[in-house]
Design a protein around this ligand. Structure first.
Ligand code: GLC
Length: 393
């Protein structure tokens, strides 16, 4: 039987969603701080937070099309606004906004109806609750009660993803109490706490089930005391929350390479979208995720179940899973001048005898001799960046 941490690793690829009042501004999730929006003005945005009926449907469909198996939604971000019903903790939540309903409930229902595992991002840093700066222990009581609501009112969840401890490293966050609350109600929920850009991959509190690599490149996870997962998150452009003037998009090639880099070390890849103020995902974001989804579908055996292995091959990243090996290679196109002019194609040397192999993207057999094979280029009209060879042992 797999543990919940191993099952999380099998999810492989997730979608991060930054959505909240800041989405109305369209200047990223830090707009309040960076643009110095006065409190009354910013908190007044609740009156403008009109969210379309089908926002959760739209989101879950986008994730499914991309081949994501889980979604991590910002249930509360640094501005302190909750997408869930705080049940009286304050009135700064979605039910008291123009949306007039519990958006986390809609999100969870839609995920469950579509076989997507719901995860909750939750801020630790808070710009709304004054206790955060004046009475920290009181703030922690509020935080724990908030998390308790998330753990008890929405059925089984995939995990909690905290962020913002880096704002006050020296304070007593009462981590034992916070994580203990999650374990009490959701014993199999992943507990993740974003270490921030300066502490990539660092193991924090022992209760944490995964390390984070933020936008940094993943590497081997420190599993010296117990099995722990790793997760890298990435933005499509330069902001997590919707930023209407941000056109600095990464290429599909870069994002697929990030995904492969993650799986190479058994880490998950969490790719972000920032829906607009009404909850709709931008057409361009959807298009990018759909293209990634095509690659993921063509190589699906490798994306979810394959794990790093000790085998070292020349010119290939090696993984194992489902009783076979996978070799991931960079493949040129047949029209690449190097190839067209009879230049040498890369040879993969597995260093071991094998039975048979085929390409995952088109099912074609690969001729292997003495554990070696030549990377077949993509035919003209096709350029999928990376090819995965499935190797029977
Ligand atoms: C940083 C940012 C935050 C964002 C997070 C995503 O911590 O402060 O806005 O949600 O990264 O990883």
């Amino acid at each position: 039987m797999k543990t919940y941490v191993e099952r999380f690793e099998d999810l492989g690829f997730g979608m991060f969603v930054h959505f909240g009042l800041y989405s109305i501004y369209g200047k990223g999730e830090w707009a309040k701080e960076i643009c110095q929006v006065p409190d009354e003005k910013y908190f007044g945005l609740v009156k403008k937070f009109k969210v379309t009926k089908n926002w959760a449907k739209d989101l879950v469909k986008t994730a499914k099309d991309a081949g994501c198996r889980y979604i991590t939604l910002t249930t509360r971000h640094h501005d302190g606004f909750s997408l869930y019903d705080t049940c009286g903790l304050n009135e700064y939540d979605a039910p008291h906004s123009a949306a007039g309903r519990d958006l986390v409930r809609e999100f969870v229902d839609e995920c469950n109806a579509n076989g997507i595992v719901p995860f909750f991002y939750h801020t630790l840093l808070d710009w709304y609750n004054k206790d955060f700066n004046t009475d920290f222990p009181k703030y922690i009581d509020y935080l724990v009660k908030s998390v308790e609501l998330l753990c008890t009112r929405y059925g089984k969840i995939g995990g909690l993803w905290f962020d913002g401890m880096w704002s006050k490293w020296d304070e007593d966050w009462q981590e034992d109490r916070l994580y203990g609350t999650i374990r009490k109600y959701q014993p199999e929920a992943m507990i993740i706490n974003n270490t921030g850009l300066s502490e990539l991959g660092k193991v924090g509190h022992p209760e944490l089930d995964s390390v984070t690599f933020e936008r940094g490149k993943p590497c081997k996870v420190d599993n010296s005391d117990r099995h722990r997962a790793g997760e890298m998150c990435q933005i499509l452009n330069d902001h997590w929350g919707y930023a209407k003037n941000d056109i600095n998009y990464k290429s599909v090639k870069e994002l697929i390479s990030d995904l492969v880099d993650c799986r190479r070390y058994g880490c998950n890849f969490l790719l972000n979208v920032g829906p607009c103020g009404n909850g709709k995902v931008k057409v361009l974001d959807k298009a990018i995720l759909t293209e990634i989804g095509k690659w993921v579908r063509a190589n699906k055996g490798f994306i979810y179940e394959a794990r790093p292995c000790d085998l070292e091959a020349e010119n290939a990243i090696m993984l194992k899973g489902n009783g076979c090996l996978y070799a991931v290679v960079d493949a040129p196109m047949a029209s690449d001048p190097n190839v067209a002019l009879g230049g040498a194609l890369k040879e993969v040397n597995l260093g071991t005898e094998i039975k048979a192999a085929h390409w995952l993207d088109n099912g074609k057999k690969i001729k292997v001799k003495n554990g070696k094979f030549t990377v077949e280029p993509f035919s003209y009209g096709t350029s999928l960046i990376k090819r995965v060879a499935k190797i029977d042992l």
